[in-house]
Design a protein. Structure first.
Length: 278
């Protein structure tokens, strides 16, 4: 019988930027996450895949201390740079979010405030956390928008979200995430709401800034083809559990768990490509 938690990873070590160990989350007596373990190193990407409802986004929200009302952690640990996140109080969580750990959400229109100009939103963390004046924050926001390749950043900065295209809005959201100079990025389906022609550009952008800043990244996606290009390690989730984890090439080239084999079989080019490079 296949081990329901097939793994080819070394155990999480002291060098991990993020280490989740045996995390469980429930609402009442209903288990939502059951024994989730994964790790991320600085400068590396851990991909998380699985069907809708598998617990991918809930895992990311647990890292940020942003579980929806009624849900609570029932076991396990989450450590960031050796720090026990589950021991933080509300103020410590507030200071951590957006500075040490930032999130890029899948729907940029929902992530942006519709009544605030783009530069005010990107610069907000600078004015509130780093003491920038409004003018300084706006100038820094334009620089960040230029860094993420937003066309005419000085012009786009003064626009509202609805005036930008989907790809432009997602670049603005990435600029917001980078404003606090985080060390860890949680990217939750960051290209789902974008046209196919824009998706690769946004993922390439994330990979570029990750390399420039030596960021750790958790990349959540349902698309195995994305993982072949952008993840170093892969975590496969189903029904709130991790069913397989390991180096991306090994997991996709030679899947051990029946569910992983099913996912790969539905995108046959992925398995062939990973076997060629393993």
């Amino acid at each position: 019988m296949t081990d329901p938690r097939s793994t080819r990873d070394a155990p999480s070590g002291a060098s991990d930027l993020l280490a989740i160990d045996n995390l469980s989350v429930a609402v009442g007596s209903l288990s939502i996450l059951d024994g989730i373990s994964l790790s991320v190193e600085a400068g590396a990407t851990t991909g998380v895949v699985g069907e809708s409802g598998s617990g991918k986004s809930m895992t990311a929200l647990s890292v940020l201390g942003m579980l929806p009302g009624g849900l609570h952690v029932t076991g396990g640990s989450i450590r960031y740079a050796g720090r026990d996140l589950l021991a933080l109080d509300r103020e410590a969580w507030r200071l951590l979010r957006g500075t040490e750990i930032a999130m890029v959400f899948q729907d940029p229109l929902a992530a942006l405030d519709p009544v605030m100009r783009i530069d005010d939103q990107v610069g907000e963390v600078l004015s509130k956390r780093q003491g920038f004046t409004r003018r300084q924050a706006r100038a820094a926001a334009v620089e960040l928008l230029a860094r993420v390749d937003l066309p005419e950043p000085d012009v786009k900065a003064r626009m509202y979200p609805h005036q930008l295209s989907g790809g432009q809005r997602q670049r603005a959201v990435i600029a917001m995430a980078l404003a606090g100079k985080p060390k860890l990025i949680l990217a939750d389906e960051p290209t789902t709401a974008l046209d196919v022609s824009v998706q690769a550009k946004v993922l390439d952008l994330l990979r570029r800034v990750q390399a420039e800043d030596d960021l750790g990244m958790v990349l959540i996606s349902h698309d195995l083809r994305v993982m072949t290009h952008y993840s170093d390690k892969l975590v496969v989730m189903r029904n709130g559990q991790v069913v397989e984890t390991g180096e991306t090439k090994a997991v996709l080239g030679h899947p051990q768990h029946e569910y992983t084999r099913h996912l790969v079989a539905n995108v046959p080019t992925v398995g062939r490509r990973m076997r060629e490079f393993s």
